[in-house]
Design a protein around this ligand. Structure first.
Ligand SMILES: Cc1cc2nc3c(=O)[nH]c(=O)nc-3n(C[C@H](O)[C@H](O)[C@H](O)COP(=O)(O)OP(=O)(O)OC[C@H]3O[C@@H](n4cnc5c(N)ncnc54)[C@H](O)[C@@H]3O)c2cc1C
Length: 393
């Protein structure tokens, strides 16, 4: 079968891109190797800008209508220091729910979706210039489809690009790893609408309340970025994560230490160029920094809307591929997402120095009356900071 677009990966990037290409009238196949709905290691916080982007594509009410919790407070902890920053415009929602809903929206728009289906881009066939072939694996069955454009959104751990000779993927050697879990254990420790962020020398752990699956039984998402050596020393991501929480005064931390936290590959990674012949990468697959600022989903969805519109332009001008498309895509990514990732990279570096972090917490806690330093700083990383004591709905 031949499609205008095949999208690999149905996280926020892939699902939203498939919805947008379908809405642009392009025949679209969306595939994911996982069986949906599925868990994903994530802090599960959509920031103010992610909510605004969903609003711009007509899905603004989706997170709250699905039980998402409006975020009101960011509590930062480092040892005995604590600062509470009022925030608004963000929502916490489990990835199980959010990603499933976005896939449903893609299907409603006309995309074909196949879950439990691993995709692999096949080597370039010099005799076939108008399409790229993709192998689809479901259990032991293998089929082949073709696409004018392959959109790769297979996330941090995806190997679609690194399996191709055409693309080189770079990993920062100092990179931390991610780990996370959704649990009911110790969920009562976190207030509804609060982001609890514990920072330590070996990493940081965020916790947030999620929509309830069973009424009256609160759940939390725990998500961490951890030093690989420290995880090895301590024995497991769960033990290190709970130690960092404990140092910040989180009283239920020991109950979390032996849970089976799921790990991720190294966080700071990406391909040299975001694509190859008839392939464009976006979302985490195009490069990822670190999750502290909670911007990953916003970047993923922003790049999804942009790549869908670029794919429409390519098909509208006849579907030809002259080799300059990857460069053009790289420059569009730079304008929409990568410039802001530079700032996040700076914040991630700062987090590795306890002294600088202490200073940053002190600056964030400064502010009286009509001004607080936290507002412009939060604004830079996509969060709506409120004046102390004021709430914006
Ligand atoms: C610890 C941690 C905490 C985070 N906290 C936040 C937060 O609070 N807020 C925020 O905005 N961001 C956060 N992020 C970042 C966020 O999770 C990612 O930026 C976001 O998920 C990227 O979306 P994506 O669609 O690009 O990739 P993903 O969501 O990773 O989706 C990729 C999909 O591709 C599929 N796939 C992979 N390979 C194949 C294949 N060969 N064939 C078919 N399917 C395939 C996978 O199954 C997966 O479903 C966090 C990340 C980490 C690690």
């Amino acid at each position: 079968m031949t499609f205008d677009v095949v999208v690999i990966g149905a996280g926020p990037a892939g699902a939203l891109a498939a919805r947008e290409t379908s809405r642009h009238g392009l025949s679209t196949l969306l595939v994911d190797k996982a069986s949906f709905p599925r868990f994903k290691v994530c802090g599960c916080c959509l920031n103010d800008q992610a909510s605004a982007l969903l609003g711009r594509v007509g899905l603004g009410s989706l997170p709250i209508d699905s039980g998402g919790i409006a975020l009101e407070k960011l509590s930062l902890f480092q040892d005995e220091r604590r600062v509470d920053l009022p925030i608004s415009g963000g929502v916490s929602l489990s990835r199980e729910t959010l990603d499933h809903l976005l896939v449903e929206k893609a299907k409603e728009a006309g995309a074909t979706f196949r879950s439990s289906c691993r995709a692999e881009i096949l080597s370039r066939d010099p005799g076939e210039d108008r399409h790229r072939a993709i192998g689809l694996h479901v259990g032991k069955e293998e089929t082949k489809v073709r696409a004018s454009i392959v959109l790769v959104a297979d996330g941090l751990g995806g190997a679609t690009l690194s399996n191709l000779d055409e693309v080189e993927v770079r990993v920062n050697s100092q990179s931390r790893i991610g780990a996370g879990i959704v649990t009911e254990i110790s969920a009562g420790e976190i207030e509804k609408g609060q982001i609890f962020m514990a920072c330590g020398a070996d990493g940081y752990v965020g916790a947030v309340r999620l929509e309830e699956k069973v009424a009256g039984r609160p759940r939390i998402a725990l998500a961490a970025a951890l030093d690989r050596d420290a995880v090895r020393r301590v024995g497991s991501p769960g033990r290190l994560g709970s130690r960092i929480l404990e140092a910040s005064g989180f009283s239920g931390a020991t109950d979390l230490s032996e849970l089976n936290w799921i790990g991720t590959p190294t966080l700071t990674r990406g391909p040299g160029h975001p694509g190859a012949h008839r392939i464009l990468a976006f979302g985490d697959a195009a490069g990822y920094v670190e999750p502290f600022t909670g911007q990953g989903m916003e970047w993923a969805m922003t790049s999804a809307v942009e790549v869908a519109s670029f794919a429409r332009e390519i098909i509208a001008r006849g579907g030809g591929w002259n080799g300059l498309e990857v460069r053009e895509w790289e420059s569009r990514l730079k304008k929409t997402v990568r410039r802001r990732q530079v700032l996040c990279r700076g914040v991630s570096k700062l987090l590795r120095s306890p002294r600088l972090l202490r200073g940053a917490i002190q600056i964030l806690s400064l502010g009286r009356g009509q001004f607080s330093w936290s507002r412009p700083i939060l604004g830079l990383v996509g969060w709506q900071g409120n004046l102390p004591g004021k709430k914006r709905n």
